[in-house]
Each structure stands twice: as structure tokens, then as C-alpha cells.
Design a protein around this ligand. Structure first.
Ligand SMILES: Cc1ncc(COP(=O)(O)O)c(C=O)c1O
Length: 381
């Protein structure tokens, strides 16, 4: 009898074979195809429906004829603009194909099978993926329980306790996705200062532009103070460039140098570089978008309160809403009904939150449509 050849998938590393896939928000076209519905609104991926600055759009159009050329691998113009915008030396910057790219580069550069990476329960779903993909151990600290002021949010004391001698990376999202919760600057600074020298703290600030309006301060000055702190930021949210894929890390130059060694050549495309540099010249646009979004979020929060639908405190452009009811419809059913009504939100059962849905803040008309549909579904027998 001939021996059966192993399936090609079995040749992947054991770490990769054990990985759970990241499930992104359902694309509009997929819902159209699968459910035959039209006039769809997507409130599932925390995008910014007001879009990018007109200056960024003009820069993208101007860059189109040169797309036959490779991008500038060192992204000189964008780094100069970003360094000026942030008030940091260029050597502290690493650019990524979205900040997701930087999460992968950090894991690749700093984790091995002899190390561990740490994050909080209900932390952003990419953290366990990038940790596990390297074969490193994944440590999860318990989050604040329901019924506390920041339910499901990062518990810094629990994170500090969960650190082990082999821990190299600690991931903190502030504010966090999918919870929307945040930690204040005092406790966060204390936590960072107390982390032992064998670990880097990765402070993921994807939603900072919104959080600034809720009193979460800019942490850029901490990078000078803490050589083991890495800030991650993105142009995907308030900057409105999610489709172009652009994020960046601010770190000690030696950390940036390590990331640069594993960074794929040309990981940031020409259109993203042009748009990013131009967007930095129109900060007023981002501030305007963030202000409109937070005003809309407060309006949605008030409507949810009136409907007696509990939600988790948020300093972001989304809300984690508890729609599942004992003896009533489950979040899964509500999600299904919303899809049939052409409204895409994000189920978070995969995060261990089966009674919740995560809903991005959209344009006022979109939020109204979501609220009206939710009210109808929760009233239905
Ligand atoms: C907390 C957090 N970090 C990082 C990212 C990755 O964003 P991007 O790769 O688009 O920069 C996201 C996206 O949703 C996020 O919520």
C-alpha cells in the first residue's frame, strides 16, 4: 500500500495550524450576494463614513499616473511630515500597511517560542493571532467584570500580575476594541513605569482622535520617557484612509531599527504615502470628523438609554451594546434580523461576549435607521 502524502496544510507550522482566523466585518457586496438585500449600511468595522480630507483625495488622484513605479521604500516625505506633526525624530517612526502590519512586525521581531506575549481578556482580536503565529505563549489577563465602571475593560493590576519572566510584549489598546473602554493616564503611566525591563509595552491608540474628546490625553511625550514603550496609531479611523492601509509606530530608535529589519520592502503603497502626507496638512478635517462622530455617539447613547438597552462606556466611534435578553432574543438573532434589514453590525460572540453587538457610529441617517430597526426588533414578540 502506498503511504498517503500529508495534506499540504499539515506542512504549516504547528503554531499556524492552531490559529483561529480573524473574522472581519461583513462586506456590503457579500450581504447583497447572500441575502439579496440592497440599500445596505455598514456599521461593522469602525470606519469613518465622512471619509478622508479633500487634500488627501487630491493627492491620491495626483499620484495615480506614477503607480507603475515602486513606492519610496523609506517613505521619506511621509516620515518628514509625520515627524513634524508628532514632534518626534524620524528615527522613532516605523510605517505599516495599517497598524495591523506593525502588530505582526512587533511579534516577528520580539517573540520566539521561548517567550510570551500578554494582553487583556476582550482585547483586540489580532493580539492573540500575532502572538500565537510566532509559537510564543499567549497570556491573557482577566478584564474588569460586568457591573464595574469599565465593564470588560483592561484591568492594569491584573495585567501586571499576569506578566511572566519570559514576557516580551504587553499589548494594551487604549481605548480598546471591541469594548470601547479606556484607562486613565495616571494608572497607565504607573503601569508602564513598573513593567520590567524584559518587556515592551505596545500601546495601541487606533481610536485616539476620538478619545481625545473624552479626555484621554495624547501620550506621545511618554515615548521619550519610556524606551520600552511603543505607540501604534492608524490612518484607518478618524483619518478616513482605511482602504489605503496606513499605520505607524512611534518608539525608541532601536525598536524602530528592529522593526525595519523584518519589514517587507515597500510595505506602504504609493497612494497611502501620498494621502497620509497630504492628510497631515489638514488636521482640521480630522478634528471636525472626530467632533461630529462623538456628538453622534452621544446621541445614540441617549437613544439607547431611552430604550433601556445597556451599553459599555466608550471613548471611540463605536458602542458595545447588550441586546441579548434572558428569555428573549439573543444577540445572534438580532444580528440576523439586522442583516435582513440591510444593516451590518459586528457580532462579538468570538470575543466571549455572546449577548453583545458592536455598532460603529455612522452618518446621522444611518444611526437613525439602526436605532429604529433595533427598537422594532426588541419590541417584536
Ligand atoms: C485596537 C485596534 N488596533 C489596530 C487596528 C488595526 O487597524 P489598521 O490595521 O486598519 O490600522 C484596529 C482596527 O480595527 C483596532 O481596532
Amino acid at each position: 500500500m502506498t503511504q498517503q502524502a500529508p495534506h499540504p496544510g499539515a506542512l504549516a507550522s504547528p503554531a499556524v495550524q492552531g490559529l483561529e482566523r480573524y473574522v472581519p466585518g461583513k462586506p456590503i457586496e457579500e450581504l447583497e450576494r447572500e441575502y439579496g438585500v440592497h440599500d445596505i449600511i455598514k456599521l461593522a468595522s469602525n470606519e469613518n463614513p465622512w471619509g478622508m480630507s479633500p487634500m488627501a483625495m487630491a493627492a491620491v488622484k495626483a499620484a495615480l499616473p506614477d503607480l507603475w513605479l515602486y513606492p519610496d521604500g523609506g517613505a521619506h516625505a511621509l516620515k518628514v511630515a509625520l515627524a513634524r506633526h508628532l514632534g518626534v525624530p524620524r528615527e522613532c517612526l516605523t510605517l505599516g500597511n495599517g497598524s495591523n502590519d506593525l502588530l505582526m512586525l512587533l511579534a516577528e521581531a520580539f517573540l520566539t517560542t521561548a517567550h510570551s506575549g500578554l494582553y487583556s481578556q476582550y482585547g483586540f482580536a489580532i493580539y492573540p493571532i500575532v502572538i500565537r503565529a510566532t509559537g510564543a505563549r499567549c497570556l491573557v489577563a482577566p478584564a474588569h467584570p460586568p457591573g464595574t465602571p469599565m465593564p470588560y475593560g483592561h484591568d492594569l493590576a491584573a495585567l501586571a500580575r499576569a506578566l511572566e519572566p519570559d514576557t516580551r510584549l504587553v499589548f494594551i489598546a487604549n481605548p480598546n476594541n471591541p469594548t470601547g473602554t479606556w484607562v486613565g493616564p495616571g494608572p497607565l503611566r504607573e503601569f508602564i513605569a513598573a513593567v520590567p525591563d524584559h518587556a515592551l509595552v505596545v500601546l495601541d491608540e487606533a481610536y485616539l482622535d476620538y478619545a481625545l474628546l473624552d479626555g484621554v490625553p495624547d501620550s506621545i511625550d511618554w515615548v521619550r520617557e519610556f524606551p520600552r514603550l511603543v505607540l501604534l496609531r492608524t490612518f484607518s479611523k478618524a483619518w478616513g484612509l482605511a482602504g489605503l492601509r496606513l499605520g505607524y509606530a512611534v518608539s525608541h530608535p532601536e525598536v524602530a531599527d528592529a522593526l525595519d529589519r523584518v519589514r517587507p520592502a515597500f510595505n506602504v503603497n504609493s497612494l497611502a504615502q501620498a494621502a497620509g502626507a497630504a492628510a497631515l496638512g489638514d488636521v482640521a478635517h480630522v478634528e471636525h470628523v472626530a467632533a461630529m462622530t462623538v456628538a453622534e455617539r452621544r446621541r445614540v447613547e441617549a437613544a439607547l438609554r431611552a430604550m433601556r438597552v445597556p451599553f459599555v462606556p466608550s471613548a471611540t466611534n463605536f458602542l458595545l451594546i447588550e441586546v441579548g435578553r434572558q428569555g428573549g432574543p439573543e444577540a445572534r438573532d438580532i444580528n440576523e434580523q439586522l442583516l435582513r434589514a440591510g444593516i451590518i453590525v459586528r457580532p462579538v460572540g468570538g470575543y466571549g461576549l455572546p449577548r453583545h453587538l458592536r455598532v460603529s457610529i455612522g452618518l446621522p441617517a444611518h444611526n437613525d435607521r439602526f436605532l429604529a430597526e433595533l427598537a422594532r426588533l426588541l419590541k417584536a414578540p
